[in-house]
Design a protein around this ligand. Structure first.
Ligand code: CTP
Length: 406
């Protein structure tokens, strides 16, 4: 059982859903977890410390400066005690403070002090949840790796019905279990611990006018799988992605871009701080020479579209890679090994991952891929694998190269 003997620090903030906290504690204990409670000042309006301390079998912590015999410094002691910090319910106010690193009470100090995975179960009125500021704060937290427990839809405290209820207790338990399971999973192979990786993914879109663009069929699946697996293996991952339909993997630092020029800028600023870059994006090689600010009208007739070359991002980074590891991709419809070797050289890459688009199960919009690893000495074709497995095989190469280079 994933929760057996795990230390769950439950952060309770001042929303009406706090009345469900005792039931949540109960369920966590039934699953074998040890629970302590840290609450904000306003949480007390909705649930008493007596109930919380009796159920959790520990005193409730609320005051940053409260004397304690248990820990030399309360917020640090609690932060270190936790295997997982679960803020449920999380109000808009506390989410905002967490998103901006503000620590004016015990709960937010614990958040900043803890190394444990943190999860939030937001609960608030629907319009609050939809407010752009709250949306931005939540997005920021998710990008920073905070686990998200989706609010439920149903009756709200105001009497209205909508999205914003704290997730059901069973859902929270399931999400906590899966977070802990994936931590355990990633603990098994932590060979990228301490490594910083830049991953590019998805297509770039090159605008012709406000409605039309030149794009390609990349879905981003390969790059996102690499980002996800690298995170699981302990790396800090900076994912720069063109527009995709995919959710941002938990725990990954994310920069969304649109065009090749945007992607170049985002990659150049991240590159200094990384040990390796994996260039899985399908970058448009060309962009329209001009992009109209207004919609091009049919009545204006057919005009040729003049294209100019985009910078080669991988080659730009490759030219100043120093000791960094650089992995490029190549997409070919023929054999492609010679072309891949050409790219290896042109981009100063350590390895080219060659996709043959004509093989069944390879290419865009499928969950599998068939790739070959090509470097100056070797051409190794892998079998048909899930994209996550391909990602792991690529990361094995990265781990190996990093060991050799650094
Ligand atoms: N790449 C890049 N910047 C570009 C174009 C490509 O960083 N402007 C990267 C891709 O992310 C990928 C590799 O370079 O890692 C692909 O190289 P590219 O020369 O574009 O190859 P293909 O698109 O496969 O081939 P072709 O030259 O045939 O278009």
């Amino acid at each position: 059982m994933t929760l057996q003997d795990r230390h769950i620090l439950l952060g309770i903030t001042g929303g009406i859903a706090a009345y469900k906290a005792p039931l949540l504690i109960r369920r966590l204990l039934e699953c074998g977890a040890k629970v302590r409670v840290v609450r904000t000042a306003t949480a007390e309006q909705f649930v008493t410390d007596t109930t919380l301390s009796v159920l959790s079998q520990h005193p409730v912590s609320a005051d940053l400066f409260a004397p304690t015999d248990e820990f030399p410094v309360l917020h640090v002691g609690l932060a270190e005690w936790a295997d997982l910090f679960l803020v449920a319910p999380a109000t808009a106010h506390t989410l905002g403070k967490m998103a901006h690193g503000l620590a004016d009470d015990l709960l937010t100090c614990v958040y900043l002090a803890t190394q444990a995975p943190t999860m939030v179960a937001p609960a608030m009125e629907e319009h609050m949840l939809q407010h752009p500021q709250v949306v931005a704060n939540c997005q920021r937290l998710r990008q920073q790796g905070v686990g998200w427990i989706e609010p439920a839809t149903g009756p709200l405290a105001s009497g209205a019905s909508g999205k914003g209820r704290m997730a059901d207790i069973e859902q929270i338990i399931a999400d906590v279990e899966s977070n802990l399971a994936s931590q355990a999973d990633s603990n098994s192979t932590q060979d990228l611990q301490g490594r910083r990786l830049l991953v590019t993914a998805g297509p770039t879109l090159e605008d012709l006018d406000p409605v039309r663009f030149i794009g390609n069929r990349s879905t981003g699946k390969m790059g996102y799988a690499i980002a996800e697996q690298a995170r699981r293996r302990g790396a800090s991952v900076h994912l720069v992605s063109g527009p995709t339909q995919l959710p941002v993997p938990d725990g990954v630092e994310f920069v969304g871009v649109r065009s090749a020029l945007d992607m170049l800028q985002a990659c150049e600023s991240a590159f200094e701080g990384v040990d390796a870059a994996i260039m899985a994006a399908a970058v448009a090689d060309f962009r329209p020479a001009t992009s109209s600010q207004t919609k091009m009208k049919r009545d204006a007739g057919i005009k040729p579209i003049e294209l100019v070359e985009n910078p080669d991002i991988a080659a730009t980074l490759g030219a100043r890679k120093g000791k960094r590891v650089l992995i490029a991709f190549a997409m070919e419809t023929g054999q492609g090994v010679d072309e891949a070797r050409g790219k290896l050289k042109k981009k100063s890459a350590d390895l080219v991952v060659l996709n043959n688009l004509q093989q069944e199960g390879a290419g865009f919009a499928v969950d599998t891929n068939i790739v070959s690893f090509v470097d100056s000495k070797r051409e190794q074709t892998l079998p048909l694998l899930e994209k996550h497995e391909v990602a792991d095989r690529i990361l094995d190469e990265v781990a190996d190269l990093l060991q050799r280079v650094l």
